[in-house]
Every structure is written in structure tokens, then in C-alpha cells.
Design a protein around this ligand. Structure first.
Ligand code: NAD
Length: 332
């Protein structure tokens, strides 16, 4: 049924069903690193819930998955509090929705002079790293956004994360921890040979490998990182482009494939280009991220309880199902 044709009672019934389903899938995905459905199925159901809640705002409740980051800091690892919170991101699937985002941004900022930085959406899990006087002292996962898991010892084993910075800065960076496609293929091959359960995708393998109690296991999994978020008030760094440049200068791994655009139409070219290049990249991406470039504008736009209003993910159409059917005995 189109949402506009639902009665309130039908809406309530469907909302309950969707929440139950989505909560279960989120638990499998975030907490157990073992999803039972493809992302696009989750996304379709999530957007249906969001649409119904938009149409029947009285049905929104604080514990709805649309109002909170889906995961919890549930492993036996020590907990870390995030200030500011590590949020999720709104996603869109069409150019029209991207145009709407652009209109909303410009309307709220009351200017048409807005540039965006467009980046690849790396398919891993969010990671925060904290340096004190240039030394890596803490690393944590996003968790529920407010409370994450302490994975410092594990991150110490990731080769491309600098253990010291060339300047004695006390600073936090955020980015994505991911498992390169080659590491993923090697890992699953090994697990299969050893009769262990294989990981569904590199994202879940990265999450499972980072959230380990034994850092030797993490080390053996060959994880990598891309940093994209500057958490500081350095007056010399006032835009996303400057932040990426400065992080690169400080020796952090940043993704080279990003572009500053003046018009939202240019985002589409980037999307099309990387939809083509996607398979040839050595790591997984599931879309592109469009960010308002100026930090003062980002501040002005602010956040909802769940997502920043200054950035949006444009997700690629789902790849063909990659489910491998094995061990089928054909009898004639
Ligand atoms: P998300 O992963 O879609 O987007 C937010 C995250 O993008 C950020 O936290 C950050 O870690 C990451 N990111 C990657 N590149 C980035 C960049 N360049 N700049 C900024 N951030 C970047 O959102 P989410 O809330 O973590 O998860 C929701 C998504 O997870 C769903 O859309 C769905 O695809 C998937 N999911 C799937 C299932 C399932 O059962 N298959 C269950 C739950 C969630």
C-alpha cells in the first residue's frame, strides 16, 4: 500500500512489524557481524519505516531504529564515551533526492554559494583515533554513537595508522576501518579450509576483526584505514578539503579519490564514474558521500538525533546478489 492510503491502525501494525524486523537485522549486522539479509533489503524496509513515520509523526518513538544509531557497544571490550557523538548518515538512492538535499541546505544557509566535497563511501566501520602530544593513545568503534568500544591495542597493530604524528598534536580523527578485498578473499579461503564460518562481506569481516579481545587476531587480518573527519577547532582548518589535506600531511591514510564541486549536478558524474570503477578498486565502496565543504556552514546546519544535516550518502544500486550456492548435488 502507498503510505498515503494507510489508515492509522494499519500504519501502527506495519510500523511494529518493521521495527521488529529491522531491530533483529541490526543486531545480526552490528553486534554479531553476521547479517542474514542483503543491505538493500534492510535499506528498503528502513525507508518504508521512515516514510510511514513521516506521514504519521505521532507513531515516532525514541527507541525506533530511525531515531538512533543501530548498534550497541555490546562486546566484552571496555567502553569509551564519544564527544561529540559519532553519528550515522542519511542516504538517498536517486538524483532527485540529492537535488532536494541541495535545496534544503541552501535554504537553511540562505545562500546559493555552497560547495561540496564528494568522497567515496568506504564499506567498513567507523573508527575514532585520539592522539595526545602526537602519540596514539586511544582508538574506539562507533558503538551506539555515544558509547563505543575501546580497540586501542587492536588499532596499534594496523600498519597504516600512525603511532606518532610528526607534530605534538592532541587531537582526534575519525575515519573508516576496512578490510581490503584481497585480505577478505584470503581470510575466507583460510576459514573455509579450516571449516570455520565464512564472513558475509568485507564490512562484516572488518568489524569482526577489529572487535577482538586478542590483538594478535586483528593483526593477522590485515585491516586498513581511510580517515575523513577532523574533530578539532584548529583555526587553520576551516573546510573538509583543508582537513583532508592536513590529515594527509600528518601521515594519516586518506582516500585520494575525492573532488570538490560547485554544483550538485557534478556529483552525478562522480557517482557514474565510480559505479564503473567500483569493481576495480582494492576495497569495497557502497556509494559516495556529499559533504558541505565549509565547517562554519556545517555547524550552522547541525545534526538531527541521528544524522548530520550537512552530509548525505548517495548509495549505489545493489550489486547482483553475490550469494554463492555451494555443495549442490545434481541428480538426474
Ligand atoms: P552507513 O554505514 O550507511 O553510513 C554511515 C557511515 O558511513 C559512517 O558512520 C561512516 O562510518 C561511513 N563512511 C564511509 N565512508 C565515509 C566518508 N567518506 N565520509 C563519512 N562517512 C563515511 O550507516 P550506518 O548507520 O552505519 O548503517 C546503516 C547501513 O548499514 C544501512 O544502510 C545498511 O546498508 C547497513 N545495514 C545492513 C543490515 C543488514 O542486515 N544487511 C543491518 C543494519 C545495517
Amino acid at each position: 500500500h502507498p503510505v498515503s492510503e494507510l489508515t492509522r491502525q494499519q500504519a501502527q501494525v506495519e510500523v511494529n512489524q518493521l521495527r521488529e524486523k529491522l531491530d533483529q537485522w541490526a543486531k545480526e549486522y552490528y553486534d554479531e557481524d553476521n547479517p542474514s539479509v542483503e543491505d538493500y533489503i534492510y535499506d528498503q524496509n528502513y525507508h518504508r519505516l521512515q516514510d510511514i513515520e513521516k506521514h504519521f509523526p505521532e507513531l515516532i518513538s525514541q527507541d525506533s531504529i530511525t531515531q538512533r544509531v543501530g548498534a550497541s557497544a555490546s562486546t566484552k571490550l571496555e567502553k569509551i564515551t564519544h564527544t561529540p557523538p559519532m553519528l550515522s548518515m542519511s542516504d538517498v538512492f536517486s538524483m532527485d533526492e540529492l537535488v532536494e538535499f541541495d535545496k534544503r541546505v541552501k535554504k537553511q544557509l540562505q545562500t546559493d554559494d555552497v560547495s561540496y566535497n564528494v568522497e567515496l563511501k568506504i564499506d567498513g566501520l567507523a573508527l575514532s583515533v585520539v592522539y595526545e602530544e602526537g602519540k596514539l593513545v586511544q582508538a574506539s568503534t562507533r558503538g551506539d554513537g555515544l558509547i563505543g568500544e575501546n580497540v586501542t591495542a587492536n588499532v596499534q597493530t594496523i600498519k597504516d595508522v600512525p603511532k606518532t604524528l610528526p607534530e605534538p598534536l592532541s587531537i582526534e580523527f575519525r575515519g573508516e576501518c576496512y578490510m581490503p578485498k584481497k585480505s577478505f578473499a584470503d581470510l575466507n579461503k583460510k576459514r573455509e579450509q579450516e571449516g570455520q564460518q565464512i564472513f558475509a562481506n568485507p564490512r562484516n569481516a572488518a568489524a569482526g576483526s577489529l572487535r577482538q579481545l586478542d590483538s594478535a587476531v586483528t593483526k593477522s587480518r590485515n585491516l586498513s584505514t581511510f580517515f575523513y573527519h577532523w574533530v578539532s577547532t584548529d583555526e587553520d582548518v576551516t573546510t573538509q578539503v583543508e582537513a583532508l589535506n592536513k590529515m594527509t600531511e600528518l601521515g594519516l591514510s586518506t582516500n585520494p579519490d575525492s573532488i570538490e564541486v560547485q554544483s550538485i549536478n557534478d556529483v552525478l558524474k562522480f557517482v557514474e564514474e565510480y559505479e564503473q570503477k567500483r569493481d576495480s578498486l582494492p576495497y569495497g565502496i557502497d556509494g559516495v558521500v556529499v559533504k558541505v565543504n565549509r565547517f562554519d556552514y556545517q555547524q550552522q546546519l547541525g545534526n538531527t538525533v541521528k544524522v548530520p544535516r550537512w552530509q548525505i550518502a548517495y548509495k549505489f544500486a545493489p550489486e547482483e546478489s553475490k550469494t554463492v550456492v555451494r555443495d549442490i548435488q545434481w541428480t538426474v
